[in-house]
Unconditional design. Structure first.
Length: 431
């Protein structure tokens, strides 16, 4: 594929190579473009020939600054679009895709939520009602159909990806009772006793006597599910050395945690789950990464922020400096959906520095804690939502990443329904 543009900028190169997965060449030579015998796109203000598909630029990809953009949405083939122009399609699909994937709007002044994160209500995806869709992928399916009408080549395909699902797990609290601080367990025992929670008292006693498995220890059960359905999960470990605030993990130096890290690194891909405290200290994050590296005997190059504590571009930059290559925090902690409107891995574009960075962004679309605490869904409602995401990502041959927590998949009365929901989802789609 050849794309002509009179101004080959870093933004143009980035979005072209992202959307067409590198299988594209750019030229600013009219002569070479007109002489080319193949699939070609004219990305300029002037129609150069009838053979090429013509897209009129909006202007965003020629800019070198960050400023508020006019985002008037309208429909195109049943999908929301913006950056209206003329040409063979009614909008600048390249500029609109760049706006969404680069998270351009997150560089602009915005409101934050109670945890200081970019609020999903700021986003155009939420305001225009397409947060639940991998909109850029859907645009590209329609765009590909248009190209096929102009260039009916049997083997021509824009996206050569295959659908896959990647279960990921944040291990915030690996064990409910085992390996917890002694004082915490003693306090918890008497608290439950005084409150008449005799089931919890008995559960705690049975765990400590060895008659029952710790309720949060669902890892063997998950191993069986992954083996049964041929899944390749990723586990992210919270390894704060100091218990503070929302960092309530097990002591990372305890034998239980060390064994857990080692076991999972032998079977699966693992990554660091940077603590909330590490967001204020590079040294804390370095220590946590070192703990994971020592126990897995592997380089730590994958991460997902605890509580999705992330600010673009600062969080990504510091992760890159510490050696992270793949990042899995691209989602909201307050609502499920597609934060970047995209369901495939993509390189991060640093808009302030106008450069593509060596960091691959992986978006997830569903998190169990969001369904439970933010959306307050029932197990049935959550299953329907999860299935909707599965179906839409499968249609566009994307990568569906879901985020689950081990302590939400227990056999305790308040969680057993969610455990069964997850089993039903996997059995329905892979059984």
């Amino acid at each position: 594929m050849l794309i002509y543009t009179s101004n080959i900028t870093s933004r143009v190169l980035y979005i072209g190579e992202t959307l067409f997965h590198g299988d594209v060449t750019f030229t600013d030579s009219r002569e070479n473009f007109l002489a080319f015998d193949g699939v070609k796109i004219n990305y300029s203000a002037e129609r150069l020939c009838e053979e090429a598909l013509w897209i009129v630029p909006h202007g965003l990809l020629n800019e070198k600054n960050i400023q508020a953009q006019l985002l008037d949405c309208f429909d195109w083939d049943g999908l929301k679009v913006f950056f209206a122009t003329s040409g063979d399609i009614p909008f600048d699909i390249f500029a609109a895709s760049f706006y969404l994937l680069s998270r351009y709007e997150e560089y602009l002044p915005h409101e934050v939520d109670e945890y200081g994160r970019y609020g999903h209500t700021n986003s155009i995806a939420y305001k225009e009602g397409f947060l639940h869709l991998p909109l850029v992928n859907l645009w590209m399916k329609v765009f590909e159909a248009g190209l096929h009408k102009k260039f009916p080549l049997d083997q021509f395909k824009i996206q050569n990806s295959k659908f896959k699902i990647v279960p990921t797990y944040d291990v915030d609290i690996a064990f409910s009772y085992l390996h917890q601080p002694l004082l915490k367990n003693v306090f918890g025992f008497y608290r439950d006793l005084l409150r008449g929670k005799f089931d919890e008292v008995a559960e705690r006693a049975n765990v400590y006597s060895g008659r029952k498995r710790d309720p949060f220890d669902v890892f063997d059960w998950l191993d069986d599910l992954h083996k049964q359905y041929g899944l390749s999960p990723i586990y992210f470990f919270l390894l704060a050395e100091k218990r503070k605030g929302v960092d309530k993990n097990i002591d990372p130096h305890s034998k239980g945690m060390q064994d857990l890290m080692k076991h999972h690194s032998e079977l699966y891909t693992t990554g660091i789950h940077p603590s909330w405290q590490s967001g204020d200290s590079d040294e804390v994050l370095k220590t946590e990464m070192k703990i994971l590296s020592i126990n897995t005997q592997k380089k730590v190059d994958r991460s997902r922020q605890h509580y999705l504590r992330m600010q673009i571009p600062t969080t990504y930059r510091r992760l890159i400096e510490l050696g992270i290559k793949d990042e899995y925090s691209m989602a909201y902690g307050t609502v499920n959906g597609f934060r970047a409107s995209y369901a495939l891995p993509f390189k991060w574009y640093d808009v302030e520095n106008e450069t593509v960075r060596d960091l691959t962004v992986h978006s997830f679309c569903y998190m169990d804690s969001t369904a439970v605490f933010q959306l307050r869904e029932t197990e049935e409602e959550a299953l329907k939502e999860l299935q909707r995401y599965f179906d839409i990502v499968k249609v566009i041959d994307g990568e569906m990443i879901i985020l689950m927590h081990n302590d939400f998949l227990t056999e305790q009365p308040e969680w057993v329904g969610w455990r069964k929901m997850y089993e039903r989802f996997l059995e329905r789609n892979f059984g």
